[in-house]
Design a protein around this ligand. Sequence first.
Ligand SMILES: Cc1ncc(COP(=O)(O)O)c(C=O)c1O
Length: 351
Amino acid sequence: MSIGGQPRIRLANLPTPLTEARRLRDALGSHTRCPRILIKRDDLTGGLAFGGNKVRKLEFLVADAQRRGATVLVTSGALQSNHARATAAAAAVAGMGASLILTGEQPATGVQGNLLLDDLLGAEVHRVAAGPDRSAATGDDAEVVARVMADLERRGERPYRIPVGGSNAIGTLGYVAGTLEIVGQLFDLGERPTRLYYANGSRGTQAGLALGAKLYGAPYLSYGIAVSGGEPEKSARAVAIANEAAGILATTIGVSPDDLRGDDDQIGAGYGIPTAAGLEAIRLLATTEAILLDPIYTSKAMAGLIAHIRCGAIAPTETVVFLHTGGTPALFAHADTLVAASAGSPRGEAE
Ligand SMILES: Cc1ncc(COP(=O)(O)O)c(C=O)c1O
C-alpha cells in the first residue's frame, strides 16, 4: 500500500505487534505508580537483517531510487549505524549495490554488530575519521560523499544518495504510514494513550510521527528523547522535512515547532556513548519482557520514559506507547560495557 501515490516497495513485515508490557509496569511500581505501557515493536520490522525503524523509511527511499534507475544506494552514518546496515540489507534484496560512508575509529572489539552485518550484506564501506565533538552524531562528510558518488559514476554505476538516517521528506513518509498503522491498531484495541515515546536522532522519524499524528488524529502527544545534540537546528530540520513530506502528500496540514515535544536529558557524554540509565533500562526490559533494547538509541529513549514515570509526570491512570525502533545489533559491539554494568547490578552481584 502506498500513500499519496508515492512509490513504495515492501521490505518490512507489517503491521508490527503492539503489545502491553505488564511485567515492566509491575517492576516500575505497578498500577499505583506506573502507567500502562504498550510497546510498538518496530524492532520486528525485519525480515530484513534485524529490522528497525529505518526499514520503514527505506520502503519509500528504495522505491524512489528504482524509479530513477539507480544501481547503487549511497549513505553515511556512524561506524555502528543501524541505518547504514538497513540500507545495505535493502540494497541486497532490491538487487542494488550499497556504498556506506562510516565515521568512527575501529573499536577494540573489532568488526562487530552492524559493521559485521554490513560486510556480510556485501556493502562497500568507506571509513572516515571521527571529529572531536562527541555530543553530535556523525554526519555527512560532503567531500567524501561527493568523491564516492563521482567514483561510482566513473565505474558506470548510477548512485542514489540517501542522507544520514534516511531523514529526508521521502524517507519520512515511512513514519507517516507507520502512524496510520499505530492509530489503526489503537482503534482496534480501544486504546487512547496520552503519550508516545521514541528515540530522536536525525529526526526523520520525528518528522513522520508529527505529520502522521496530525493527519490521522492520533490521540497521543509524541515525546522524542534525544540521543545526540544539535538543537535548535535539528527541530527546525524536523519541521522542514515534515512540511516537505506534507507537500508530497498534497495536504495543507503542516507541522510547526509547537508540535514537537521531547527532552535532551538522556544524551549523557554524547552520541554513541551508553549511559548508566540506559544500561539499567536494557537490563530491565530484558529481565521483565525479554525485549532487547540497544545501547545507543532505544535504551536512552526508555530511560527518558522511566524518568518521566519516576518523577510523576505521567499519571498511573494513563496509557503510554513506547516505540521500539530497533538497533539491537549494536548490543554486540558494546558487550564489554554491558558485562561491566551487569557486574555492578544487584542481580550481577548475587550470581
Ligand atoms: C535504533 C534507532 N532508533 C532511533 C533512531 C532515530 O531515528 P531518526 O534518525 O529518524 O531520528 C535511529 C537512527 O539511526 C536508530 O537506529
